[in-house]
Structures are given as C-alpha cells and as structure tokens.
Design a protein around this ligand. Structure first.
Ligand SMILES: Cc1ncc(COP(=O)(O)O)c(C=O)c1O
Length: 327
C-alpha cells in the first residue's frame, strides 16, 4: 500500500510502513559506505555463512509524533554489547561507539523512516575461505534497517512451553555474546514451540534451571518481588532486561532479585513476562498448559509495560538520554 506523499511529513503506522517498504531500494551501510541494498554482495564462500562466525545487534527506533523524529533506543549500549560479542569471536568493530551511533542515525535519515524501525548491525567473518577458526580471516561490517512492528503479540499474553532444547552453555558457545551461529539454538526451540501450537519457547540451562526465551529474557513476579535469572545462567545480557530492572527498582520503588529460577516456579508465579528489543515487554499467561496467575495480563506487568513504552517513546524526561533522535 502506497503512503500518501503528505503523510511522509507525519508518522505512519508500522503496518503501513512495512506494507509500503521496498527492501530492494533500501540504503545499507556496507563495508565502509552507504550503498543501495542491491549493490551489497556477499560471496558464496563467505566464512560467516558457512560457520556462523558473526555477531549482531537488534536496535529499535520508535516514531515520536511529538518530536517528528524516530527515537533510537539505547544505541551506545547496543554497540557496547556488539563490541563485547566481537571480542569473544576475536573481531574488532571498524568504528568507535560515537561513530557507530552517528552512522546509525545517518542510515535512518537516508532511509527517511517515519515509523517504528528495527536496526540490525552485523560484524562477521567476511573472508571467503574454508577453515573453521577465528584468526586471520577478514572481518566485514554492515548496518541494515527497516520499518518494524510487533515481534510477538504483546497485549493478549503469550502461551509458552518449556523447550526440549536446552540453552547453549558458556562452556560450549557463550550465550552472553550475540553470535549468529548460536541462534540455531533459538530457532530449534522457537520452531518446536510454534509446531506444538505455542507462541514462544522457554529454555532451561543444562543444569535444568530457567534461562530465557528463544530471543527474550525472562522475569517472574512473586509477592511483589521481581525475579530474573542471573547473567551467569546462560542468558544474553539483555538491554531491555537492564532497563526494566532499573525502572522497577528506581521508578516503581519495588524489590528485584537476580537468582536461579526453577522450572516449577514458572507455574506458581503471580506473573511472568518476557522482554527484549523485539518482544518489548510481553506478558506470559500460560506455561506448559498451566495458567500463570489469573491467566490474564497481571497488574505489575501492565504497569511496567506502560512505563517502558513511555520511556522508549521519549515521554519520560529522566530517560530522554536513552533516546537518540533521527533528525
Ligand atoms: C537470546 C536472547 N535473549 C535476550 C534478548 C533480549 O536482549 P535485548 O533486550 O538486549 O534485546 C535477545 C534479543 O536480542 C535474545 O536474542
């Protein structure tokens, strides 16, 4: 569906923008320059394609009608994590954090977004050669962005299953690094959940404790305390997770604890929710066929979700610095 030219001065819904979006005409930051999507070529023998040797980020931007700008959420924190992931895979980012933030703003500006967006930076072994190793292979870097809507249904509440697939361990492939190849673990779990009629998968650690969702961190509420698995429990150190912990303790003034979580705690929790850049704050209303709490979106989840959306849309002055505007 074509968006009317006049509408470009204002925001459009993510659904409209997605329907109108022509990927072939997108601008991509690719190996040091802005190029048309069609001009970006990745060779058949690219190392990362064969061995999963890449790291990526997912950054959301929210259209603000009030500011007439897309607000990119916690960009430096995402690039900091990308630096850490790259360090694990013996790669270096080709730019500083400030440069990466500026490039991301410029990319969104060139693509003239007027809706919510998703930004996908990727650093990967771009050398075209055979051999499973990390040393001595050329690194490549790109940033892609597109209009984006909901990743999962955030209003109805998710029906989840505990996956038969376990979360990858730090001793096998570190979950705290956002490594492309490791996402086969998430893909197996998510596919199994969808095939069995659930919305999302929850993965346990090898030791049998709760880790996280396929692409989300996990929280429980029990008697007014927020509980989440610690960063040593084979999870990605999520930026939304850190944001929600801060909002919960500082702004709502409520207690939070990071500690091991048993599977059965999911069944007896008052509320459970998943969170992430894509999932935002997604309440869970059922786990393994058991109702969570009342079986509806709980009051704590609803309150925190509202605060989160106010923050990411630039409506909370205290947290404006987390939002980088694309002018
Ligand atoms: C496995 C996994 N856990 C958690 C998250 C949430 O992380 P963040 O809030 O930084 O997006 C993601 C999404 O990036 C993920 O892929």
């Amino acid at each position: 569906m074509a968006v009317q030219p006049g509408a470009r001065q204002r925001g459009v819904s993510a659904e409209e923008a997605i329907a109108d979006y022509d990927q072939a005409r997108a601008t991509v930051y690719f190996d040091g320059e802005f190029r048309d999507y069609q001009q970006c070529r990745i060779g058949p023998m690219t190392h990362a394609l064969h061995y999963g040797t890449g790291c990526f980020e997912g950054i959301r931007g929210y259209w603000s009608e009030a500011q007439g700008a897309v607000l990119l959420f916690r960009v430096p924190e995402h690039y900091q994590r990308l630096q850490q992931s790259a360090h694990v895979l013996r790669m270096d980012l080709p730019h500083t954090l400030d440069q990466l933030t500026a490039l991301t703003v410029e990319l969104c500006r060139r693509n003239r977004f007027r809706s919510d967006v998703y930004v996908r930076p990727l650093v990967y072994k771009g050398g075209e050669e055979v051999g499973v190793r990390l040393q001595g292979i050329r690194d490549s870097f790109l940033i892609y962005a597109e209009p984006f809507g909901a990743y999962v249904d955030i209003e109805r509440g998710l029906r989840c299953m505990v996956s038969s697939w376990r979360r990858i361990e730090d001793t096998m492939a570190p979950a705290r690094a956002k490594i492309t190849g490791s996402y086969i673990n998430a893909a197996l779990a998510k596919s199994e959940a969808l095939e069995r009629g659930f919305d999302e998968a929850i993965l346990l650690t090898a030791a049998g404790r709760v880790a996280e969702g396929s692409a989300e961190n996990l929280f429980l509420v029990r008697r007014g305390t927020l509980i989440t698995p610690a960063v040593s429990e084979s999870i990605l150190e999520g930026i939304t997770r850190a944001t929600l912990l801060q909002l919960w303790t500082e702004d709502l003034g409520l207690p939070a604890v990071e500690r091991p979580v048993d599977r059965s705690e999911l069944y007896v929790a008052d509320e459970v929710f998943l969170c992430g850049t894509g999932a935002q704050l997604s309440p869970v209303v059922e786990v393994d066929g058991r109702r969570v709490g009342t079986g509806r979106v709980g009051p704590f989840s609803a309150r925190l979700q509202q605060l989160y959306f106010d923050v990411v849309r630039g409506a909370v002055p205290k947290y404006e610095e987390w939002c980088t505007p694309v002018r």
